[in-house]
Design a protein around this ligand. Sequence first.
Ligand SMILES: Cc1cc2nc3c(=O)[nH]c(=O)nc-3n(C[C@H](O)[C@H](O)[C@H](O)COP(=O)(O)OP(=O)(O)OC[C@H]3O[C@@H](n4cnc5c(N)ncnc54)[C@H](O)[C@@H]3O)c2cc1C
Length: 394
Amino acid sequence: MGSQVVICGGGVVGLTVARRLAKEGMDVLLIEKEEDFGLHASGRNSGVLHAGIYYAPDSLKARFSIEGNRRMREFVKEKGLPINEHGKVIVAKDEEDLERLLRLYDRARRNGAKVFLIDEVELKDVEPQAKTYERAIFSPNTAVINPQQVMEALAEDVLSTGRVRVMLGVRCLGRVSSDKVKTTVGNVSYKLFINAAGVYADRLAHFWGVGFNYRIVPFKGTYRRLKDVKVLGNVYPVPHPKSPFLGVHFTHTPSGEVIVGPTAIPAFGREHYGLLRGIDFEAPKILLQDSILLLTNPLFKYVALREPRKYVLRWFYESCRWMVEDLKVSDLKKSDRVGIRAQLIDWKSKELIMDFVVEKAERSVHILNAVSPAFTASLPFADHIFTMVKEYLN
Ligand SMILES: Cc1cc2nc3c(=O)[nH]c(=O)nc-3n(C[C@H](O)[C@H](O)[C@H](O)COP(=O)(O)OP(=O)(O)OC[C@H]3O[C@@H](n4cnc5c(N)ncnc54)[C@H](O)[C@@H]3O)c2cc1C
């Protein structure tokens, strides 16, 4: 087997990179351990196409999210897939939150995001059931898609190039030599290896001698759904400065359901989707890592102490009731939707890495922190990966 480029991981990153390289005339072998694409983060997220609001200036996230949002919306429409383009409002709980909201508005403007600062009356026009303290941010370009449908369409696109061979149900196990990767069906040769293994990317990268100072810590995102649809687009809180995540929010999916979430609960396995399901041999190591972070990282501590209680309906309700008029605890129904965030930690400094991370080493490229909004940003991000790997392929 002598494909030029071997990509490990059939999530949105693996598929969009494969599509981009195939369009440049390269032969690609895409290896995915599951029997289908998008069975992990890429098919289990909120489906929100973010619009460039939150991200640090000069970050890859800021660079790619606005263009990614535009291109993904175009892609979805071109494929005739459903999309909710009602936009998003970010609301404030109190005076302290309002100050944060105004700072967020400035950041969004500096990033070039299309946003409007609106008052309570204007908020009612956009999102009649949302509540805020004095002001809200309105983002008309935030949209919602069905991530599984997008994954299917991307996979079809990739296959239609005729340049991508796919191996489903095959796992990459590690590096054999500078041009061979070991898989569950034998060794595979490559000219270039791309690690797009999502929550396993750090483990795989270590075989290539890359990213020993990084570790991925999994966070579980659980959801509930609203009994009666009361939200037309998206209602988000202002992110809390002590939390690295956006906070539980309301999202009206294209199928007409309103989902509420996700939480960000430290998980005990990279696929710890159930209460016990997905806890594996790594659990003791993850528990130890979490304990160390609890003592050393204030952001992790804030999340770890608050988020697990959202398993309890009452606490979940408390985290979001203030954003929507007349929300009753009985409006929040169970949902089996759950995803795992692959959050990268710099283990030396114990800091959570907020931007995407891509590292190169000896004919290999490792995508190490494709956290949210990597789904939104995936198309320009794939262009970025292409420019990084060009030199290997001449
Ligand atoms: C709860 C939640 C909500 C989110 N909401 C949003 C949102 O609204 N908008 C947004 O833009 N982003 C969102 N995200 C982020 C987004 O889903 C991810 O950034 C994106 O899906 C990452 O894609 P990926 O391809 O890197 O990872 P994955 O989708 O996890 O793909 C990695 C693939 O690699 C495979 N794999 C792993 N190891 C191996 C191996 N050794 N051999 C072969 N295959 C392997 C896995 O099976 C998997 O299919 C959310 C994420 C979560 C968890």
